[in-house]
Design a protein around this ligand. Structure first.
Ligand code: 6PG
Length: 246
């Protein structure tokens, strides 16, 4: 089934729409079971969304005290490095909302290797996340209430790059990636497809004319796209998938 693509005139309108969806889901999750789990994306596109999430009316619908923040991927750089996805979220979101420090679950890039950071993050997910059996695959996978993704000009998403051996990962929840041929030229840590596709609500936020053709190909020729573009392999098992595009 084709995932709905919602085109917006600009990044501001895209971000406002996404903020509304996230706030609605957050309110529903906290009302129903007392907490909300949100996996943030990296890159630059989410900056505007973060700013809207810290402002009324959206911030009023999000119980930040009951919200847990995670990351879909991270560059293997220190948490205070300008390329850190955590640092971007700290400056544009976390510093402006009352989310408890113990609810901010960043990927531990201070560990000696990306492999150790990935292994530790998977342990964090096991400790913090409601997990459930995917009966069709008898696999226990953490389930994010909402998971945000971007897409690069090569069709990568999170840190799942074309040709990466991690694309085929079906057991580990978190993996270290080889060095990508995109900036910044650093190794990454990423959630794998089983975790991404287990989420209840998966939102792509994609901005830029250079990405439009890939979005359309994913929409119109999903089978071909899956071979070429990792973003085309995002296909939630039972969750909602929405594309916010401008
Ligand atoms: C990262 C991101 C990556 C990003 C895309 C789009 O660590 O870089 O997780 O997947 O979402 O590359 O990046 P922009 O939003 O900057 O275009």
């Amino acid at each position: 089934m084709k995932a709905p693509i919602q085109q917006y005139a600009n990044l501001k309108k895209l971000s406002i729409a996404a903020a509304g969806h996230i706030a609605r889901i957050a309110e529903q999750c906290v009302n129903e079971r007392g907490y909300f789990t949100l996996a943030l994306s990296g890159g630059s596109t989410p900056r505007t969304l973060h700013e809207y999430l810290t402002a009324l009316p959206y911030s009023a619908n999000i119980s930040w005290m009951e919200t847990h923040l995670f990351w879909g991927d991270e560059r293997f750089v220190p948490a205070d490095h300008p390329d850190s996805n955590f640092l971007m979220a700290l400056h544009t979101l976390i510093d402006h909302v009352p989310v408890p420090a113990e609810n901010v679950h960043r990927i531990p890039t201070e560990l000696p290797t990306p492999e150790q950071a990935a292994k530790q993050y998977e342990t964090t997910l096991r400790e913090k996340m409601e997990v459930f059996d995917l009966s069709s695959r008898s696999q226990r996978v953490p389930v994010f209430d909402c998971l945000l993704l971007g897409m690069g000009p090569d069709g990568h998403t999170a840190s799942l790059f074309p040709g990466s051996p991690v694309l085929a990962e079906q057991t580990r929840w978190v993996a270290a990636t080889p060095l990508p041929n995109l900036n910044p030229p650093v190794r990454r840590i990423t959630l794998t497809f089983p975790v991404i596709n287990a989420a209840k609500h998966v939102f792509f936020l994609v901005a830029g004319a250079e990405k439009q053709e890939i979005v359309q190909t994913i929409q119109d020729e999903p089978d071909n796209a899956r071979e070429q573009y990792p973003a085309a392999r995002v296909n939630p098992v039972s969750g909602e998938l929405l594309w916010f595009v401008c």
